[in-house]
Design a protein around this ligand. Structure first.
Ligand code: 13P
Ligand code: SF4
Length: 394
């Protein structure tokens, strides 16, 4: 193995915000004094600190962030747009990433070593990213090698993964993708030549099985029976060597704990309740939810679709609640509802709140860098290979 192994643990479910693993999606406790959430001057404090930082800081906000945070974002976007925006700001000393840990890691990989990336709450991880541990991926690749298929397989990893897995992907000839370019990434992977030999006959898609399946089946026309699910908790992934040889898409057994909760029954229920409703969902939703929907796409796609929708139209939207609420407020002339009645916010995205943002901005304004996210240089170089391949996708 040529790759430097990251510090990792096989424990999958440590509580977020506890422990001491800055390289993990689980994060760590935030050091320092946070202002109380009840402080009525928080907005003014954030504004003052932001103004004091001026162009030295660039604040990025993912669409799932709270309103109280998003108001301070210099740019908002989905994970693809934010990765590009971070890379396009070489003069900002500080990149303040209001999103989750894997996004801040990618920003660190894509920015220069002189720039420092700050995640306002180090406990803002992602449960999906945590479902693919580096060591598990190494072992999975060995299983593929034993089945004789590793050298015709191209790894494609969703942005929602650790830097270590992006580095593994870069080292093994693969690419990163996001929900807005997964189709192009898969086409690229199936067209690519692996290790100077055979073309990509198979893809190992990590860690979101739903995005992988939805894209392969609905956009590339791959059969459901050509997709297998690799369970890292079972010997051999729970698959026989023959199943691996027959498969075209080897889907990692991971999912988003927010989007994975929408059901086909939610879609049917929305159609019963709202005559003429258009159901619009994110591709991290389960396959039968996507099949039942009218439209599917990334967060940027969802926003653009609603912006372009005619007044008076009705929409049931299956994505994170902060975004759906904001879209409903932005389009009072359209009926925008949440696809399900009880699904909540992404709890880790929501960890970035005003007290954490104020703490980060005020610390930076007095020259103290807190909650910095750094990716070890060798890992960063390999992760960058995979991220650059994504940024160069046709
Ligand atoms: P996008 O930002 O690519 O739409 O992904 C959604 C998501 O779950 C981010 O964590
Ligand atoms: Fe992770 Fe899902 Fe939250 Fe995105 S919405 S950060 S994929 S848990």
């Amino acid at each position: 193995m040529t790759f430097t192994e990251p510090v990792s643990t096989p424990l999958a479910l440590l509580l977020l915000g506890r422990g001491s693993e800055p390289a993990s999606e689980r994060g760590v406790d935030c050091p320092g004094e946070l202002p109380p959430a009840s402080d009525p001057t928080l907005v003014a404090r954030a504004r003052t600190a932001r103004e004091a930082l001026g162009d030295r800081a660039f604040v990025l906000g993912h669409h799932y962030q709270r309103d109280e945070v998003i108001q301070f974002a210099d740019v908002t976007g989905d994970s693809f747009k934010l990765a590009r925006d971070a890379a396009a700001r070489p003069n900002a000393e500080y990149i303040v990433f209001c999103g989750v840990h894997f996004m801040a890691e990618s920003a660190d990989v894509l920015t220069s070593s002189a720039q420092q990336v700050v995640l306002p709450d180090l406990a803002a991880g992602c449960s999906m990213a945590d479902m693919a541990d580096y060591q598990q991926v190494v072992e999975a690749w060995d299983v593929l090698a034993d089945a004789g298929v590793a050298d015709v397989t191209v790894p494609v990893t969703y942005m929602n993964s650790s830097a270590a897995i992006k580095a593994f992907t870069g080292e093994h000839g693969g690419t990163v993708c996001t929900s807005s370019n997964a189709e192009r990434a898969l086409r690229w992977a199936f067209d690519s030549v692996v290790d100077g030999g055979a073309g990509g006959q198979k893809v190992l898609f990590m860690p979101d099985q739903h995005l992988g399946r939805n894209t392969a089946v609905l956009q590339l026309g791959i059969g459901l029976d050509e997709c297998v699910v690799f369970n890292p908790h079972k010997p051999g992934g729970g698959l026989t060597p023959q199943q691996l040889r027959d498969a075209k898409m080897i889907l990692w057994r991971g999912h988003c704990s927010v989007h994975g909760r929408f059901t086909a029954e939610n879609v049917a229920d929305a159609r019963r309740r709202i005559p003429g409703v258009n159901v619009l969902v994110h591709p991290e939703c389960q396959h039968d939810v996507v099949l039942g929907a009218d439209l599917v796409g990334s967060t940027e796609y969802i926003i653009k679709t609603l912006d372009a929708a005619p007044p008076g139209s009705s929409w049931a939207v299956g994505t994170e609640l902060n975004l759906v609420r904001r879209l409903a407020d932005r389009h009072p002339d359209k009926q925008v509802t949440f696809l399900e009645k009880t699904v909540c916010y992404c709890s880790t995205m929501n960890r970035i709140d005003l007290p954490h943002l104020v703490h980060s901005l005020e610390s930076l304004a007095r020259g103290e860098v807190v909650n910095q996210i750094t990716v070890e240089p060798r890992m960063a170089a390999n992760a960058r290979l995979a991220l650059d391949r994504m940024l160069a996708l046709p």
